[in-house]
Write a protein that binds this ligand. Structure first.
Ligand SMILES: [Cu+2]
Length: 271
């Protein structure tokens, strides 16, 4: 099953830092003044707050998210998805930095997490969660981090989708041409880099063989990806997704072996 969420991303971006408390931002930007009468999922909003108005690189910043409905009433119940009530993806604007963390639920719609950004610059935060009885939603927010900037990396499609990560050679293939608008299976195949033997002892990570995140090069599209055989222990890990449009995307796969989570990433061209 495919759930591709590009929903309601405008709401969080309208919220200014520290804007919690004002319920007047309920409208959906981009609707040209017309109130969206979509399903319940469309009226979810996130108010983002940072512990510092000017977060500094390499220093802990506490992020607080208040999740509420279109009327400003806290949403209090969330479904567990991949073992967590909320997944938060943090990427630098050039997608060179990636983190996947889990804010703690404090009750009354409030989630909190502390994190340190590696360098100055712009970061995108993507909160992925399911309010009980609603569909999965993503809420996004850009922040500016002070401090020395890291060199900007170009998001360039890679000709060979073969990487070495954590002592493993990992190749990414798809069941057909990488084209937009069709359901594709992504296959991560893993072999031990030293022995070339297939890896067969992957451990469950977040309740499945692995966790995959995909974003477009401009960080605008965040794709939901679903494991197909959740119980696989390798050497193959299969996931399904659909790319909404042609372009360059970055794919991150997170897996676990011997109690340690490792990550592998690829930049792909979708036609
Ligand atoms: Cu997560």
């Amino acid at each position: 099953m495919i759930a591709l969420t590009a929903c309601s991303k405008t709401t969080s971006e309208q919220m200014k830092q520290g804007g919690a408390g004002s319920a007047d931002h309920g409208g959906h930007g981009g609707n040209h003044g017309e109130e969206a009468k979509a399903g319940a999922g469309a009226s979810v909003q996130a108010l983002w707050k940072l512990s510092s108005a000017k977060p500094m690189a390499k220093q802990n910043t506490t992020l607080t998210l208040q999740i509420q409905d279109g009327q400003g009433k806290p949403i209090e119940k969330f479904d567990i998805n991949h073992e967590k009530q909320m997944h938060l993806i943090v990427v630098s604007k050039d997608l060179s930095y990636f983190d996947h963390i889990h804010p703690e639920y404090k009750g009354k719609g409030v989630f909190e997490v502390s994190t340190a950004f590696p360098a100055g610059g712009e970061y995108k935060l993507v909160a992925d969660f399911i309010p009980a009885g609603m569909t999965a939603t993503t809420q996004t927010h850009w922040i500016q981090v002070e401090g020395e900037k890291a060199p900007q990396v170009q998001v360039q499609p890679e000709a060979h989708l073969a990487k070495t990560a954590d002592g493993k050679n990992i190749t990414l293939t798809t069941d057909g041409q990488l084209a937009a608008g069709k359901e594709l299976t992504l296959k991560f195949h893993m072999e031990d880099a030293a022995t070339n033997q297939p890896v067969t002892n992957l451990q469950p990570y977040l309740g499945a063989v692995g966790h995959v995140v995909i974003m477009s090069a401009d960080a605008e599209q965040y794709l939901h990806v679903h494991p197909m055989d959740e119980k696989s222990t390798g050497p193959d890990a299969l996931f399904m997704t659909t790319f909404p449009k042609a372009g360059i995307y970055k794919v991150w796969g997170q897996f676990q072996q011997n109690g340690k989570v490792f990550i592998v990433s690829y930049v792909i061209q979708v036609s």
